[in-house]
Design a protein around this ligand. Structure first.
Ligand code: ZN
Length: 240
């Protein structure tokens, strides 16, 4: 028995299964549900975290009390008014505390209300977005195939640095993480009428450090290499 139940003090291995038989927990839940204490607090705008502290119970307990009372939980996954509700709550609190509805107003930081002015997206950008998604899917498929065959290179095509992936599990934030990119950039392919499957073909795919990929953007590989390759390599090698 690894844990102690904070409600009845008995020992258990797993709270999820213990809670089903914990009478103290059940009684407390029934009490707080039937006298609408939690529900009323919640409706008046208290947050779940606040109620956890107030009643000294866990998050699941509070959410169960609320849903058992027939009230819908606020939050992105629960109802559509959550964002508006949170926003109005924030405004209310700020107004009570500081007499303004946005921190930016306190020192003239350039606050402005929500901008709902309609705007248009150029047709070509919409088409490009579809194109880019398609290339991305095809690229991922190709990379998977190469991976299965063990045919993915171990070194960055720009700096020649070995990928962190070669040494085992890698942190996604590692600048040496391997990432796939396109020699002729996706934008370049799109503008020149090259099909998505050609853009995502083995001839147009290259592997580079995650960091290089981040700053390369929509440049072509050769252009990027010519412009920054040398300096970037010496700087990153120095860090490596
Ligand atoms: Zn218990």
């Amino acid at each position: 028995m690894k844990y102690t139940c904070k409600y009845c003090n008995c020992k258990h291995n797993n709270f999820g299964s213990h809670v089903k038989v914990c009478k103290t927990y059940r009684d407390l839940e029934t009490k707080l549900t039937s006298n609408d204490a939690v529900k009323n607090d919640y409706i008046s705008g208290c947050s779940i975290s606040y109620l956890c502290t107030k009643y000294n119970v866990g998050r699941h307990f509070i959410t169960r009390c609320i849903t058992n009372s027939g009230v819908t939980l606020r939050g992105f996954n629960y109802d559509d008014d959550s964002r508006e509700f949170k926003q109005s709550q924030m405004k209310e609190t700020l107004y009570k505390k500081y007499g303004v509805i946005n921190y930016g107003q306190l020192n003239n930081q350039g606050y402005s209300g929500l901008n709902n002015v309609p705007y248009t997206i150029p047709k070509f950008i919409q088409q490009f977005n579809v194109y880019r998604d398609e290339v991305q899917v095809l690229t991922r498929k190709l990379v998977n195939k190469l991976n299965q065959r063990g045919e993915i290179p171990n070194y960055c095509s720009i700096t020649g640095i070995e990928f962190a992936d070669c040494k085992g599990k890698v942190n996604p934030n590692d600048f040496r993480k391997r990432s796939v990119d396109h020699c002729s950039s996706v934008l370049n392919c799109f503008l020149n009428g090259i099909s998505p499957s050609e853009a995502a073909s083995i001839n147009n795919i290259t592997f580079m450090l995650k960091y290089c990929n981040t700053i390369k953007g929509y440049m072509n590989l050769q252009e990027f290499k010519d412009l920054y390759g040398k300096q970037l390599t010496s700087l990153l090698l120095y860090e490596d």
